[in-house]
Design a protein around this ligand. Sequence first.
Ligand code: GLV
Length: 331
Amino acid sequence: MTATDFLVTTPLPDPGMRLLEAAGTVTLAENGMTHTELADACASGNHRVVVAQLRDEFDATLLDGAKITGISNFAVGYNNIDIAAATANSIVVGNTPGVLTDATADIAVLLMLAVARRCVEADAFVRAGKFHGWEPELLLGHDVSGKTLGLAGFGRIARATARRALAFGMTVAFCPRPPGDRPVSEDELGEFAGKVRHMSWPELIETSDYLSMHVPLNDQTRHLVDAGVLNAMKPSAILINTARGPVVDERALVAALRAGSIAGAGLDVYEDEPRLAEGLAELPNTVLLPHVGSATVPVRAEMARRCAENAIAMARGELPPYPVNPEALAH
Ligand code: GLV
């Protein structure tokens, strides 16, 4: 590979590539990169900034050997990057916050409704030519109105989901930092003051008709929903995960869905993406999406713009507009 400003591991949607190409030289890996290819490219000294995807893993070993100044991640999440190791190696990391909040909340609500109303089953039923007219007991599902939505986390996406759920006439509860807790002032509640209930994690699990995950992936949240939690949920409850796959023990989830300890699950993310836990795809009480929380044309375009702007600033040795570890620049 020849020396370039930007190593792009997967082409960005418009206007991302255009902005990068106008600002500097680009090496483009058309079909993604293996971990070894990525590590070799980062160590080569041939690239200043890597424009990366969630599937590109930047572990401490790679980062300790890397001769790059920045990683611009095409995502709001950055659990694919060891941030402490990046900072220790003076590698600035950027992400794309803010723009995908509503789109991801839409997907959480879509999954909730799709599981509750058996949307995928119903669609397959019609396409298979099985629809022979209105029937009193055809494909009966569950209500969302009047039910309790429990939000694990209370950040931007959880709040956008709460807003939608309140409009559906749901009772909304949240636990801000499961499995622990933290105080939430009236000020922080803002528009939600008097409208949502703050619960401990055990209370949220036991009370929710729908439990929706909105936490980052870290050591505290890995397998936050495990066999014990699934057992403590209502047998009629539905689990929604649009956050990160490893937040849920997926094998325990398959077992719980099979045993009827919960009623259903709507997932956009998986523990070992893109692989699914054995048996998950065969369960009728699940709706499974391919990590499309932010997948609208305008959102991906805005993510691409922010990702490119981050990369361009990093290539100039400047602080990017959306830094994850600004301290890396001073390091
Ligand atoms: C998607 O999962 C993101 O973090 O942007």
